[in-house]
Design a protein around this ligand. Sequence first.
Ligand SMILES: NC(=O)c1ccc[n+]([C@@H]2O[C@H](COP(=O)([O-])OP(=O)(O)OC[C@H]3O[C@@H](n4cnc5c(N)ncnc54)[C@H](O)[C@@H]3O)[C@@H](O)[C@H]2O)c1
Length: 423
Amino acid sequence: MNKNVYVLGLGHIGLPIAAWIALAGYQVVGIDIDKNKIDDILHNKVKIHEYFNGIHISRLVYDLIGNQQIIISDHIKRLDREPAIFIITVGINPINDSEHDLSSLQYSLDMLIPLLVKDDLIIFKTTMIPGTCEEYIAPQLIGKNVMLAYCPETIAETRAFIELNKNPHILAAADNKSWQAAADFYRSLSPAPIIAASNFRIAELAKVVQNVIRDVNVALANELAELAGMLNVDNQELRELVNTHPRVELLRSGPGVGGYCLPNALGYLQATIKETDKFKLALSELARQINLTRPDKVLEVLRRALAENGKQLENATVAVLGLAMKDYCADTRLSPALEIIRLLTESGVRIKAYDPLVEDGCEYQVQSLPYCLDGADAVIICALQEGMEKSLQEMAYYLSPPLIIIDTRDAIKTCEGVILYRV
Ligand SMILES: NC(=O)c1ccc[n+]([C@@H]2O[C@H](COP(=O)([O-])OP(=O)(O)OC[C@H]3O[C@@H](n4cnc5c(N)ncnc54)[C@H](O)[C@@H]3O)[C@@H](O)[C@H]2O)c1
C-alpha cells in the first residue's frame, strides 16, 4: 500500500479509474496532456456522467484533490524513486479503414521510460490492436527492469464505479512476477474475479472480440427491427416474446452504434490480418455496415412518415431528442444522433435538438424539451435521458396533431393519439 499510482490519460476511463484507486487509499497522480481537461478537473467542471454513491465524478475528484489523495498534472513527474504503478488509459484512434494512430501510446512511453526505476509496474488498459503489447510495447521496455501487464477495461460509461468492482478483470503479463504484482494490486482494489490470460495477444483479442460481438448483435437487432416494421409487427413486443427463451437475447435496436469502443473494434481486428492471409471477417463487416447505415434508414422512415401524413421532409421542422451515443450518457463520440442531424441538415430540414446531459452537442440544441417539441412536425427519439421517458408520455401535450414520433431506440409504448414509427 506504500506505492504511488500514476494514471496516464484522464478521459472517460482514466478519470474514474484514478478516483477509484485513490478511494482505495493509494496516493494517485493523474496526468493528461489535454490542458483543457486538466482545467475542467481542477475547477470541478468535468462533464462525463459518472456517479459514486450519488456524488458526481467532478465533485468526487475535486474533493480527492482537495484532500491531496489525487494530484493532477499535464505532465509526469515522479513523487519519489520508490517502485510505483503506472496505469495507461490512452486510446488508439483509427486514421482510416486500414491504419491506426499509435502516437498516444508512444507519447506515453516516451514520457515514462526516462523516469522508470527498477520494479516499477506498468499496466496498460488501452483497448489494443492484438499484438501491440508483445510487438510494440514490450520491446521498448527491454532492459528497464520493470514489470509489464495488460488488463483491458470493460466498464460501460455511466456505470464505471459499479463495474470496476464487479466486472471480471482479464489479466496478462510479461512474466509471473509481473502477473502476481498486477493481480495483488487489483485484489487490493476490487473483489471482482481476476482471470489469467496466457499471453498478451489473447487478452487483447478477447477485449476486441467482446466489442465486436456487441456490434454484431446490435446489427442483428437492427435488421430484425426493420423486418418487423415491414411485417407490421411491433418490434418491442417481438423482442419481449423472443427473449422469453432462456438462451436467447435479442438486443434493442437503435439508430446506429456510437462511442469510442464498438465502432472501432472491427478495425482493430482487421489490422491483424495481412493481405496474404486471404481472410475476411465477412459477418462482422456486414454487421458494421448495417449499423453504419442506420441513420439513413431513420431518414427514410421520417420521409415516409411525413408523406403518409400529408407533409414533406423538405418543409418540416423536426425535434431530435437525445444527442448522446447511447441512452443515459453524455458522450457524443461517433453518436448516431449527430449523423442523423447531419443528414437532416443536408435535406433542408429545420431542426431543434434537446439533450439535458450533453453540452454543446450541436448548433441546433435548445435548452428545454417543451421548446424543442413546440411546432415540430415530427419527433425523432435518438437517445433517452433521465426524465425523458416520463416526458415522452406527455409529448402529446406539446405537439400539434398529427403526432409523429420516430422511435429509433425502441423506447416508448404505443400510446393513444401518437403515430408511432419504429426504425
Ligand atoms: N469509453 C469507454 O467506455 C471504454 C470502455 C472500455 C475501454 N475503453 C478503452 O479505454 C481507452 C481510453 O478510452 P476513453 O474513452 O477514456 O478515451 P478518452 O479520449 O476519453 O481519454 C483518453 C485521454 O488520454 C489523454 N491522453 C492522450 N495521450 C496522452 C498521454 N501521452 N499522456 C497522458 N494523457 C494522454 C487524452 O487527452 C484523453 O483525455 C481506449 O483504449 C478505449 O478503447 C474505453
